[in-house]
Design a protein around this ligand. Structure first.
Ligand code: ADP
Length: 274
């Protein structure tokens, strides 16, 4: 299922004195099966863009097309519900949304709300517990008795339980230590490669964008300003700089940068981390 955005504009509090324009004439295509990293400075419109991809926000102008459904200002709630099943979003700090007594019930909650029978939802929950590398005995535990990294996996399982074909990740490693970050990123990479999930990652980490994505979309002041393969985007590091996107100096990034662009990072390294 491809996603395309045509001339998408969005204003918060549209028509009020507090109107705030967050997106202007955004054009983008996200191909089925791709792994897209959305990068951009804080406030560039990344989160607002994500919310359009599963119909949580409707564009004030233009069209968002998800598979065969067009989302415009006039799209009805019923059609948007269909999209929400197919497009899963893992929000920042998703563990804040855990609330059930047990891990199993928490993972089952979403699909059951969408009419999946309890037995099927339970089967999916156990499959996901295994897939996400959680110990089997967590099923009966309270999610609040788990470690931070485990809680995050349970929350991610809750999104995967809908069996989405597109997975949207908004800074999914925020607040985790380096080991936890790597584990979660490797998990998403595995889901992308083995399950064929179309993956859209919003990240501040140029390292993750270089390492995992096959397509990069750059946002700046509410506009889509660059798009292409990591090789194309990182080859124009001078342009990235104009969007206040510094490149990290880590050895790992230098290696990936050279591999992608055939050039040494050298003086282009601007900041440690955004
Ligand atoms: P990013 O995710 O890249 O940090 P956002 O999409 O959160 O960017 O924000 C884009 C712009 O929209 C910013 O100027 C931000 O202040 C504004 N904005 C975000 N959410 C709201 C909101 N709920 N109400 C009003 N303005 C908002």
């Amino acid at each position: 299922m491809d996603i395309s955005l045509q001339q998408v504009g969005y204003s918060y509090a549209s028509g009020t004195p507090f109107e705030k324009r967050a997106l202007h004439e955004v054009n983008a295509t996200i191909k089925s099966g791709s792994y897209t990293a959305v990068i951009g400075h804080t406030g560039s419109g990344k989160s607002t863009l994500l919310l359009h991809l599963n119909g949580l926000l409707k564009p004030t102008e233009g069209t968002v097309r998800v598979g065969d459904v067009n989302i415009t200002a006039g799209t009805k709630a019923k059609e948007l519900k269909e999209i929400r099943k197919r497009v899963g979003i893992v929000f920042q700090f998703p563990e804040h949304q855990l609330f059930e007594e047990t891990v199993e019930k928490d993972i089952m909650f979403g699909p059951m709300n969408f009419g999946v029978p309890a037995e099927e939802a339970r089967r999916r929950a156990h499959e996901l517990i295994k897939l996400l590398g959680l110990p089997e005995d967590v099923a009966e535990k309270s999610p609040f008795d788990l470690s931070g990294g485990q809680m995050r996996r349970v929350a991610i399982a809750g999104v995967l339980a809908f069996k989405p074909s597109i997975l949207i990740l908004d800074e999914p490693t925020a607040g985790l230590d380096p080991r936890g970050r790597k584990e979660i990123m490797e998990l998403f990479n595995r889901l992308h490669e083995e399950e064929g999930l179309t993956t859209i990652l919003v990240t501040h980490s140029m390292e993750d964008a270089a390492k995992y994505a096959d397509h990069i979309l750059v946002m700046h002041e509410g506009r889509s300003v660059m798009a292409g393969t990591p090789t194309e985007v990182f080859s124009d590091a001078e342009r990235l700089k104009t969007f206040r996107l510094g490149l990290p100096r880590s050895v790992a990034f230098q290696r990936d940068f050279e591999k992608l662009t055939g050039k040494p990072l050298g003086k282009l390294a601007l900041t440690e981390e955004q």
